[in-house]
Write a protein that binds this ligand. Sequence first.
Ligand SMILES: Nc1ncnc2c1ncn2[C@@H]1O[C@H](COP(=O)(O)OP(=O)(O)O)[C@@H](O)[C@H]1O
Ligand SMILES: [Mg+2]
Length: 345
Amino acid sequence: MPLIEARGLTKKFRQAVKEPGLVGSLKHFFSRQYRDKIAVDHIDFSVEAGESVAYLGPNGAGKSTTIKMLTGILVPTSGSLVVDGLVPHEKRQQNARKIGVVFGQRTQLWWDIPVIESFNLARDMYEIPAARYRDNLAQFTEILGLAEFMNLPAAKISLGQRMRADLCMALLHDPRILYLDEPTIGLDIAVKDSIRGFIRSRIEERGTTVILTTHDLGDIEDICKRIVIIDNGKIIHDGDLAKLKDTYARDRVIHFQLARPPESMGPIGAGLPACEITTDGLRLSVRFDRFKLAAGEIAAAVMPHVEVVDFRIDEPEVEDLIRKVYLGQLSLSPDAPQTGVLAGA
Ligand SMILES: Nc1ncnc2c1ncn2[C@@H]1O[C@H](COP(=O)(O)OP(=O)(O)O)[C@@H](O)[C@H]1O
Ligand SMILES: [Mg+2]
């Protein structure tokens, strides 16, 4: 029996249809018109205990709606959902004890009281035994660096501090499942790293099951092994991250900052026949297949011909990966994993 099982899970919202402006508002007041928006459309998935799943898709695809059904905040319109033996919206309290939730867009901390008081409230709410609370709090404070702002109200701390505190709060009761909805949005690299490292350690040491929505490939690479992609309420891909990357993210681009514009591109092009080379003023960019060439080989071919001041390698964006899945390029690649939905696209 999987830890999470969704079958035909569907959520419809009734959305008001209103013309713009005052006339529209008046019309709407007298004769309301609505249309159904199917945010999540008959999705099936199961997640085994200990899995770490990235749940991806463009804005409005239905990710947050799915997470809210999983947490029991929203009631599904139809279909079935069982999480660790419970139907979340029917047993909200019981479900809440087994899960931790972090919404990047909205804090779970009480706004006006010191962060530590929010933690203490969580302790009371979840009835966390005193010793376990003390140990967890001490450990999380250390790893996430919470001490410096623990006594400030949530309203007075930075976004990065808030996310670290939210993560601590979500895990104080040692939940089996952690739902993360865009947890690193707007954070700088250092904070992202500390959050990712912490989540990874929970997965490795405690076998916590993680479902993560994000737009950041770094999050996914650090945390998730499996990728589920939803578009327009429907799951269009469900599979291994490594396979997805090998299929879609073969390309890397290395950008060189030059001291002077290159005199001639000829010798560089000749040294890198399989690459796409472009220049723009003092910038030289080389797109290459990371399975055929290493960044060092590109540098070795470029450096003798130009004076390089700096360089940087662009990793592929998750958005690009997702877009390629939409475009159905899966079926064009001979070594691609075949999925039912896309194989014929
Ligand atoms: N409470 C709501 N009422 C009406 N429509 C909603 C509500 N919540 C979400 N939606 C709509 O459902 C769709 C999916 O939203 P959401 O799950 O938030 O997407 P995502 O998290 O993937 O960006 C969107 O079209 C959104 O406008
Ligand atoms: Mg969302």
